[in-house]
Design a protein around this ligand. Structure first.
Ligand code: ADP
Ligand code: MG
Length: 252
């Protein structure tokens, strides 16, 4: 290959997630809360972005908007090229099913389904056979060290176990965008590191991941750390020199 024809900076791939001038106001009048005040953020394939900031700074608001679970007051949310703010509810639901894995802060497992059924459900909704969905679910549960809990119901598991099942549910089916809100909150540090390693693997395989975390030690797994305060991004730290390519080499 001739080096003359090789551009010095490879063209950046399109972002998996793009947030543009995103605002979210809750309530009105005296009870009005500006949860987000104009967030711009792009997350590219292969990137793990950690979002940090004090309680109430808007981290969960950012994530629910990115996941199409809430609608912004203004601005745009684009996932895999689809503008969620312009799409129909049906399109948003389909995109969420196929492309977005979401780990809720309070797990949100379905109480009447076993661990394996909870993890298999998104795949069944994708339309694959129950048998294949269960096989995928069991493989992921095994990766999380939970194979022996496959047939337990959420109320038969500890908080940490439920949290890992919730992570497995978000990762099943190779979703391109994984959004995780404090996915390690109920885990001991060894298990938390294992969950982070799993998210990191997904990113290394091409997924984009946004991880909300309090704990700076988990930020070491991230390519970038985005610091949010009072609904605004106040700082972005790059963790690796490679990441600067993704921003066109403009950051240090
Ligand atoms: P974080 O996840 O960083 O703790 P949140 O995104 O949950 O922050 O909240 C940001 C701000 O928005 C807080 O002041 C919170 O009280 C407010 N907020 C979040 N959700 C709602 C809601 N549904 N109704 C009213 N206020 C909300
Ligand atoms: Mg939160």
């Amino acid at each position: 290959m001739s080096s003359q024809n090789t551009p010095s900076t490879p063209p950046a791939p399109p972002p998996v997630l793009l947030l543009e001038a995103l605002t979210r106001v809750h309530g009105s009048g005296a009870t009005e809360v500006q949860a987000l005040r104009g967030i711009d953020l792009a997350v590219y394939p292969g990137e793990l972005v950690a979002v940090m900031g004090p309680s109430g700074s808007g981290k969960s608001s950012l994530l629910t908007l990115a996941g199409g679970l809430d609608v912004p007051t203004s601005g745009r949310v684009v996932v895999e090229g689809t503008d969620l703010t312009a799409a129909s509810r049906k399109q948003v639901a389909a995109l969420r099913r196929h492309s977005i894995g979401y780990v809720f802060q309070d797990y949100n497992l379905i109480p009447a389904l076993t661990a394996a059924e909870n993890v298999a459900l998104p795949r069944e909704l994708d339309g694959i056979s129950s048998r294949s969905a269960r096989r995928e679910a069991l493989a992921l549960l095994a990766e999380m060290g939970l194979e022996q809990l496959a047939d337990r119901f959420p109320d038969e598991m500890s908080g940490g176990q439920q949290q890992r099942v919730a992570v497995a549910r978000a990762l099943v089916g190779d979703r391109r965008l994984v959004l995780a809100d404090e996915p390690t909150g109920a885990l001991d540090s060894e298990t938390a590191e294992a969950v982070l390693a799993l998210l990191r693997n997904r990113c290394d395989a091409g997924a984009a991941c946004v991880l909300v975390t309090h704990e700076s030690r988990f930020a070491t797994w991230a390519d970038r750390v985005v610091l949010v305060r009072d609904g605004s991004v106040v700082d972005i730290t790059l963790r690796s020199s490679e990441a600067s390519l993704l921003t066109g080499g403009t950051a240090q």
